[in-house]
Design a protein around this ligand. Sequence first.
Ligand code: APR
Ligand code: PHB
Length: 397
Amino acid sequence: MKTIRTQVGIVGAGPAGLILSHLLHLEGIESVVLEMHTRQYVEERVRAGVLEQGVVDLLTQTGVGERLHREAMVHKGIYFRWGDHEHRFDFEELCGKNITVYAQHEVIKDLLAVRFAAKAQIVFEAKDVSLHDIDTKQPRIRYQHNDEECEVVCDFLAGCDGFHGASRKAMPASVLKEYEKVYPFGWLGILAQAPPSSDELIYANHEQGFSLLSMRSPEVQRLYIQVDPEDDISQWPDARIWEQMHLRLGSPNGWRLTEGAIIQKNIAPMRSFVAEPMQFGRMFLAGDAAHIVPATGAKGLNLAAADVYVLMHGITRFYKSGDESLLQRYSNICLRRGWKVQNFSWWMTHMLHRFRGESPYDVKRQWAELDFVTSSRGAATALAENYTGLPLTIEEA
Ligand code: APR
Ligand code: PHB
């Protein structure tokens, strides 16, 4: 068996695993990342595209912001549309922060570039990963690579392998508690080759369902519509997609959605999920391995970054002074912030989607909520503070 000895073993080369590996490296701490897919696969995997200001600051301060600042789009607000109403949340005015629109796979490319420039140990196509001795001071990760049995022996193990990964499953069932809410709809997402029809994101609540206009670049739009969770993409030819996009986004003041060639389309389910605790022994869960949020709040990558920000500080403090107190509080710190993000993502989803079996009362109440959040400065500020990102913190309070 081939054995690699390192300080931190990381499963998963998504945002959580790569940001953690990078932050640890800057503190002089070694890690090995094990990723089941190829480098090309993870670099081309289309996911979300909104970065909180705190995450942009973190990437910038740690030397991963150069291309982001050259190519990304900084947005100072978002639009809500419902009925014949349109409202713009002015983030600058409400909370003095902004968001950056930059595809997650571009962040991945930038992280891989800096990691390989630093001679990082990232093993792609690592198969049959299993975790062992996670409640000892020498956890191990076993895997197959090029038909060879391999293992990583480490001091700490970071489970950054997403919702379907192996890490959460390594938690004893007697310890793990899971909280889940599955929504009665999914999102059909497309990438369309057309200049963005709006300068900022548009979230629309329409009687036919939710829709969202986002973008990836000055040439590519990213659009979503709410669909039934049982829908198959084959039921959604391009013409039907555009027909619903036009209908749900509307045409206020003569505004028109620009169509373009659809270059990617898929349907994704929508759920909220939290696993507690986010640690066991020397294993720490981060990102989607520990929690899932509906994309309505654009929080997935940002939550992953917030987790590994805490984990990096905890591990660094251990190696510098032997103090494990921050590591012992890791789960509580991440969950306190994480549950607030869960609430925000649920709130955005509940406010903007249509629900099977909703009564006329439900619709009137939802519209009153939209009226309140767009007319009360306090409510709008709460939305802006959450959307642009709660502060990254290592404090429990
Ligand atoms: N062995 C090795 N690698 C694995 C395994 C496994 N058993 N299971 C999953 N992985 C890899 C996946 O291929 C993926 O590259 O772990 C990585 C997990 O990355 P993400 O799923 O992106 O999760 P995370 O890093 O927490 O980032 C969360 O990514 O999926 C989006 O919407 C999500 O925006 C959110 C963000
Ligand atoms: C995206 O651009 O993919 C995106 C933006 C905002 C969201 C979800 C997805 O809430």
